[in-house]
Design a protein around this ligand. Structure first.
Ligand SMILES: Nc1ncnc2c1ncn2[C@@H]1O[C@H](COP(=O)(O)OP(=O)(O)OP(=O)(O)O)[C@@H](O)[C@H]1O
Ligand SMILES: [Mg+2]
Length: 399
């Protein structure tokens, strides 16, 4: 079955929490209609790798994780396709537990896959690895998002209201719809990520690079705090490291530039439709984008870290471990340089230290909802990174 391309609008289609029982069940069934197809596509992509690569213990561990996740979801899928969609709260609780297990099972996918491909580099070309990883990691972003969104909505719904159990602050904070913050302030995320990265730098190098935020720090827009945090942490890691290595005492300057609002006619903003009466599976796929032309925000991160050497520049977007030569040692996942410490801390122990995932994965996150990342290096001076993010547009409350 074809994979449904995910839009931010899909994630807010049930309206603002707390969801009623009916909307919660609709969300569960919508989630169920998407996830097994996505898992099946990932399994197929893994099966299409050369046999010797899939036989690698790390890669086959990932394969088995996908197989396991699909097998625990299939009973729900089969019931739904026989007309027995998720229609009771009891069933919805069980289904949400399955989703939580899925999210937990796949947490370490990236470092494990990285290690696997590194060990297999004699048997598969760097281009093939990059192609596979790019597709796989992008698809994974969506699958996790769909699952996490339902989990968050579950705990902020009327039947299961439990702020303590929710992975996001959605129940207490009215601006949240599940994992989306409709009034996200990038300046706050930048400050908290910068504090975190600076702490690690101080610990490791004894230096705490300074950071200035200018432009329009009061800007808010609708976006996913989780994704913005990931991207900003990666970009600041790079900027801070370059500054320290280049012995620069200049601050890193982050400029927040909101795009001018688009000209809209009153009432032109699309509504979030209440869920239909029909809770059946597969009936919910006719979805319109919320607002594909929502104004976005561009964030420029400017450092005086000496820029990117011309011989490094062409490779910054590849999962650069693929350029390791056959004699290189596999970098240990608990590297003891500062960068390793930063990566380890930010992923809760599962390190992607120095494997060169920072930029390509950040770009995948940025591009997921129509944004992007551009890098401009002034070799010998510093680097500008432009992160453009598209907002979700106005979320209109149904009164
Ligand atoms: N702001 C910057 N200044 C100088 N060089 C940079 C900057 N950002 C990136 N680079 C160069 O680009 C390379 C790739 O960056 P990327 O973040 O993708 O990987 P990494 O930092 O090496 O490893 P990881 O981010 O996975 O820990 C870096 O190794 C570095 O050489
Ligand atoms: Mg990096």
């Amino acid at each position: 079955m074809p994979q449904h391309p995910l839009r931010l609008a899909d994630l807010v289609r049930q309206g603002r929490p707390p969801l009623s029982e009916r909307s919660l069940l609709a969300s569960a069934n919508f989630t169920l209609s998407l996830i097994p197809i996505r898992l099946a596509h990932r399994l197929q992509a893994l099966q299409n790798l050369p046999y010797i690569v899939v036989s690698n213990p790390n890669i086959s561990q990932i394969y088995n994780n996908y197989l396991h996740s699909l097998s625990i979801l299939l009973p729900y899928w089969q019931a739904a396709s026989k007309g027995r969609a998720i229609s009771t709260l009891d069933n919805e609780i069980k289904f949400t537990n399955v989703l939580a297990e899925l999210v937990a099972t796949h947490t370490d996918t990236i470092p494990v896959l990285a290690k696997g491909f590194l060990e297999c580099r004699k048997y598969i070309s760097p281009e093939e690895v990059t192609r596979f990883l790019d597709e796989h990691l992008r698809a994974r972003i969506g699958t996790r998002l769909i699952s996490e969104q339902h989990i968050a909505l579950h705990f902020s719904s009327q039947p299961h209201f439990d702020p303590g159990a929710s992975p996001t602050p959605c129940p207490e904070h009215p601006s949240y719809i599940g994992v989306i913050d409709t009034a996200l302030k990038p300046a706050l995320i930048i400050e908290s990520c910068a504090g975190f990265v600076a702490d690690i730098c101080e610990l490791r190098y004894g230096i705490r690079p300074k950071l200035i935020i200018n432009g329009e720090p009061e800007t808010t827009f609708a976006f996913l705090p989780m994704h913005l945090e990931y991207i900003i942490t990666e970009l600041l890691k790079n900027a801070f490291r370059a500054s320290i290595e280049n012995k620069s005492t200049e601050p890193i300057v982050v400029t927040i530039a909101p795009e001018p609002p688009l000209k809209h006619q009153p009432g032109e903003y699309p509504d979030i439709k209440p869920p239909s009466e029909d809770l059946g599976l597969f009936k919910s796929d006719a979805i319109k984008p919320l607002d594909d032309n929502a104004p976005g925000v561009t964030i420029r991160i400017r450092d005086r870290g000496g820029g990117i050497p011309p011989d490094v520049l062409p490779n910054i977007w590849s999962y650069s471990f693929t350029t390791f030569s056959e004699d290189d040692d596999v970098p240990s996942s608990t590297g003891n340089d500062g960068l390793g410490a930063i990566a380890t801390a930010s992923t809760g122990g599962s390190s992607i230290a120095g494997l060169g995932y920072g930029l390509p994965l950040s770009r995948a996150y940025a591009e997921y909802f129509g944004g992007g990342i551009a890098v401009q290096s002034l070799y010998g001076w510093g680097t500008d990174v432009y992160l453009r993010l598209k907002g979700v547009g106005k979320v209109v409350d149904k009164k």
